[in-house]
Design a protein around this ligand. Structure first.
Ligand code: ADP
Ligand code: MG
Length: 189
């Protein structure tokens, strides 16, 4: 409850025949959630529309059903919370929830550049969470591009080092589900 999901998504609706980047076996292993007990992280990378957010929310929702505590934030909202947690009660509540979560989804990492002070706060958070919380990151950026959006090569290396220690990476290539299943409204003719 109150994980902060922007909308519900379910594993049962995730179509593996559309997403060729992940096998049935891998999805089953992820669904077993033992990786959360083992404090593994999951990095889902790829272009827009390939199902990164769907899979992240569906796994987090499934984890909640199985009694884990999960939280969701976009990178942008997480940075906002980190910046204002000293002065804003809601931000502090969100950060408290995150600190107590077994699983944190950080969605849309790399879409927007990160200010230097925010990058440092992000590093601190990742460091604090590494022995208590699994993290799912969705990103459109390869590891080599993190230095760029963080605008700090050393910081990017330090963050990726911590995230990667116990980690699986799924490169979700392929077509956009949105574009392939585009819905239209106008009648023809
Ligand atoms: P991304 O986060 O990679 O940009 P989303 O997860 O938001 O993409 O997916 C875009 C839309 O397409 C969502 O409505 C999502 O539910 C749907 N979608 C994407 N991949 C799949 C899939 N393999 N099976 C079912 N729905 C999918
Ligand atoms: Mg997304």
């Amino acid at each position: 409850k109150d994980a902060g999901f922007p909308y519900p998504k379910y594993l049962k609706d995730f179509d593996l025949s559309f997403c060729q980047s992940i096998t049935k076996k891998q999805l089953n292993q992820l669904s077993e959630l033992t990786w959360i007990d083992g404090l593994y992280n999951l990095i889902l990378s790829g272009p827009p529309g390939v199902g990164k957010t769907h899979l992240a929310i569906a796994l987090a929702h499934h984890a909640c059903e199985e009694g884990y505590k999960a939280s969701y934030a976009t990178m942008q909202s997480l940075m906002q919370c980190l910046r204002t947690s000293e002065i804003d009660r809601r931000s502090r509540a969100k950060m408290n929830r995150i600190q107590k979560s077994n699983l944190l989804v950080i969605d849309e990492v790399g879409y927007l550049p990160i200010a230097p002070t925010e990058g440092n706060l992000f590093f601190q958070l990742i460091s604090e969470l590494q022995e208590q919380t699994s993290i799912i990151i969705t990103t459109n950026k390869g590891f080599e591009e993190w230095a760029e959006f963080l605008d700090d090569a050393a910081l990017a290396t330090a963050i990726l080092d911590r995230l990667s220690y116990r980690c699986d990476r799924i490169q979700m290539a392929g077509k956009s589900y949105r574009l392939e299943n585009r819905k239209t409204f106008l009648e023809e003719g």
